[in-house]
Write a protein that binds this ligand. Structure first.
Ligand SMILES: [Zn+2]
Ligand SMILES: [Zn+2]
Length: 347
């Protein structure tokens, strides 16, 4: 076992604190990663505070991880010491179910093993990236291309793939009108990626306060959803809407913006059930869908796509002792657009 420095939540109600955690000894297929940067995802906060169900504490979160390989197991074939690598939201899956065999292990029928707060194959609870090192099976380790700035690469492992996957699946590209609801950590990446794919991109945000940013990030249009005229003006307009908002929205109002055969995909995760009128779906043969992260293969494709198109998240770098303050700012939507922890401050 390896004892490493980490930042962990002692309980659902206390601030995170400096501590140490254990990492397993390297198995033949394992990679030891010295973590350089870890992004702060809204899911981290929901999880440590128990919003999505009870957790075992102390718990170290963080599933937007980049670092350098410092040791490899005897059978590791795809990674070498010194490689720039990343780890996202999952670190294992059953590898036997139809979804795993189809290369869609994020939808493993036995449940993929989350990077934190999941029961690992040795029975321990997985611990995330707010720590100096992590041990991960090589099949769940991504290559981070050299031309993506390293600290900016971290949020790609969750915010990037969560938006890239539905954009790719529903064929965002030239001739397609794509709307992004919400311009936060996920939304700003959806705008950049959809624009790079060649789609005509519209941001739908509560107010126009981030309009300059939205247009700079690659949006062609920007509308305020607090203005009822927006919904009249944009009716029957979009081929694809990516909803990144985790709060309850008026789904019928947003669905009415879809053109023939259009799809509204939810990647935000409100804890409450959302009401919907089926008649709204009849019009224009609309679809309402969900999408969860992406496969390992697709995550690598996304990293290579971002490198090729020179796109990366907009980040604010913090030290480990700033994590609790950063959480409050994330909850207040006061970050443009992703906090990234400099993990050297934990060493
Ligand atoms: Zn996340
Ligand atoms: Zn499976």
């Amino acid at each position: 076992m390896l004892t490493v420095n980490a930042y962990a939540a002692p309980s659902a109600t206390e601030p995170l604190i400096r501590t140490t955690i254990q990492r397993r000894d390297l198995g033949p297929k394992d990679v030891l990663i010295e973590i350089a940067y870890a992004g702060i995802c809204h899911s981290d906060i929901h999880t440590v505070r128990g919003d999505w169900g009870p957790q075992q504490y102390p718990l170290t979160v963080g599933h937007e991880i980049v670092g350098f390989v410092t040791e490899v197991g005897s059978e590791v074939a795809g990674h070498e010491v010194g490689d720039r690598v990343g780890v996202g939201c999952m670190v294992n899956s059953c590898r036997e179910c139809v979804n795993c065999l189809a290369g869609q292990e994020q939808y493993c029928l036995k449940g993929n093993t989350g990077t934190y707060g999941s029961v690992d194959r040795d029975g321990t609870i997985t611990q995330g990236g707010y720590s100096t090192h992590v041990v991960v099976d090589e099949d769940f380790v991504l290559r981070v291309p050299e031309n993506i700035p390293f600290e900016a690469a971290a949020p790609l492992l969750c915010a990037g793939i969560t938006t890239y996957s539905p954009l790719a699946h529903w064929n965002a590209g030239p001739g397609k009108k794509v709307a992004v609801v919400g311009l936060g950590g996920l939304g700003h990446m959806a705008v950049k990626i959809a624009h790079a794919m060649g789609a005509e991109v519209t941001v739908l945000s509560q107010t126009l306060s981030k309009k300059d940013d939205g247009l700079r990030l690659g949006a062609d249009h920007y509308f305020a959803t607090s203005d009822p005229a927006t919904f009249e003006q944009l009716a029957n307009n979009f081929d694809l809407i990516i909803n990144t908002v985790s709060a309850v929205i008026d789904l019928d109002a947003y669905l009415s913006l879809l053109a023939l055969d259009g799809t509204l995909v939810n990647v935000g995760a409100p804890p409450e059930a959302l009401p919907i009128h089926v008649f709204t779906l009849f019009g224009n043969r609309r679809s309402f869908a969900g999408s969860g992260i992406g496969s390992i293969g697709e995550t690598q494709e996304m990293l290579d796509f971002c490198a090729e198109h020179g796109i990366a998240p907009e980040t604010e770098l913090i030290g480990a002792d700033d994590i609790n303050a950063a959480y409050e700012r994330v909850l207040a939507s006061d970050v443009r657009y992703r906090f990234v922890i400099d993990i050297t401050t934990l060493r």
